[in-house]
Ligand binder design. Structure first.
Ligand SMILES: C[S@@+](CC[C@H](N)C(=O)[O-])C[C@H]1O[C@@H](n2cnc3c(N)ncnc32)[C@H](O)[C@@H]1O
Length: 388
């Protein structure tokens, strides 16, 4: 299971997201050039591409732009909203006109969301401005446009909050921020309208379907229908790696989205380490972590038990002979490095794949929690062409 350092995948000097990909930030986004490269090399126009952990939809945008049909799932409703907005063409003139109306609207009837500590995260006048803006956005009838404004609103919420945006965990910033809510929303909404407008100018031939779904419960897709699986699962349980629910929390509260997903993310439910998973590397690491900290060993096991189940559900969907590209990061727990790339290879092998290569790239241009990972691993696999 050799790893190959591949500097050509570092994409030095190219930010991970630009254009459509820079509509709303999201943690641990794919580098769009990485997705573009593998879509080109391992799939053809008209093929079906699956990303079961699609996050903000980088793979969705790239599939759409390159004429691949696409199905994406994610458990986080904010991610699904962003991914939909990044891939939905809109009538530009109508969007600009509506934006003008939203900004001019004298909202008298509005509700302030009822969540604990709202005053800890927002100044009083900011809460009022946001509540009025939200009421105006919720009154937009066209779903595509309402979603577009909701995403701009969500980004505004982040920027006018007192949260430290340099952190994925939700913590208060040291310095106070002062922003004009309406002005900021206008700038973001205009910028996003321009970004999305490129979609209406292109002859889009492919379909894109994005759904909120817990992949642990199975995927509503025909078995052996996918031509390319390209995905990046979470790197560990969200308590100790990227806290997706904390990143999304304030936006989710303001948008009235369901927060229940946080209890169903990979690794969210603790399990006892009774049944060994089919990976020697994992089992050796678990033994070592258990010696140092049994509780952490249980948490680590719980994450990989879920990852294993997710891979079982996902791997069924891939056609024999076709490829999977899985991007992962390896983290340390109690001084033990967990080789998630190798663990994924073992799991995929268990479900009928062969390992083609693992390429190592540097992630200087990716938004990750500071000081955690410097490299990520691009694991390429192929489904064996005999029946399992
Ligand atoms: C590394 S991120 C993917 C980022 C994505 N590649 C992008 O470009 O934005 C992993 C994603 O897995 C999602 N996730 C975690 N548990 C899940 C589950 N049980 N079912 C579906 N998605 C899940 C998280 O919400 C997160 O968006």
């Amino acid at each position: 299971m050799n790893r190959l350092r591949d500097e050509s995948l570092d994409f030095k000097g190219v930010p991970a997201g630009q254009g459509l990909h820079s509509i709303h930030p999201y943690p641990a986004m794919f580098h769009f050039l990485l997705v573009r490269k593998f879509l080109k090399e391992l799939s053809s126009e008209g093929d079906l591409v699956l990303d079961p952990f699609c996050g903000s939809g980088v793979s969705a945008v790239e599939a759409l732009l390159s004429g691949r049909n696409y199905v994406g799932y994610d458990i986080n409703p904010l991610a699904v909203l962003i991914a939909k907005v990044r891939t939905t063409p809109i009538p530009t003139e109508k969007a600009l006109k509506l934006l003008g109306l939203i900004l001019k609207q004298e909202v008298k009837d509005y509700e302030v969301p009822n969540f604990p500590n709202i005053e800890y995260w927002f100044d009083e006048d900011v809460i009022e401005e946001l509540a009025k803006l939200r009421a105006a956005i919720f009154s937009v009838e066209d779903d595509r446009l309402q979603n577009l404004f909701k995403v701009a609103f969500s980004e505004t919420v982040r920027l006018v909050s007192k949260a430290d945006l340099g952190e994925f965990k939700l913590v208060r910033a040291k310095k106070a921020k002062r922003e004009d809510v309406k002005l900021l929303f206008e700038v973001i909404a205009r910028r996003n309208i321009v970004r999305v407008s490129v979609l209406s100018k292109l002859p889009l031939k492919a379909f894109v379907e994005i759904q909120q779904l817990n992949v642990l419960e199975g995927l509503p897709l025909q078995d052996q229908s996918v031509d390319l699986l390209i995905t990046s699962p979470p790197y560990g349980d969200s308590k100790t790696t990227v806290a997706y629910e904390q990143f999304s929390k304030l936006s989710i509260k303001w948008l009235g989205l369901d927060e229940g997903f946080k209890n169903h993310q990979l690794g969210a439910k603790e399990k006892s380490c009774e049944k060994a998973l089919p990976s020697e590397e994992l089992n050796e690491c678990l033994e070592e972590i258990k010696r140092r900290d049994p509780k952490r060993a249980r948490e680590v096991y719980s994450f990989y038990a879920d990852l294993y189940r997710a891979i079982e559900n996902i791997s069924k969907k891939v056609q024999p002979g076709k490829h999977a590209v899985v991007v992962v990061g390896n983290r340390q727990v109690r001084g033990v490095e967990l080789p998630t790339d190798k663990i994924c290879v073992s799991f995929f092998r268990h479900f009928g794949f062969t390992h083609t290569a693992t390429l190592v790239r540097e992630i200087s241009n990716k938004r990750m929690p500071s000081g955690t990972m410097k490299h990520e691993y691009v694991v390429i696999l192929q489904k064996i062409s005999i029946k399992f």
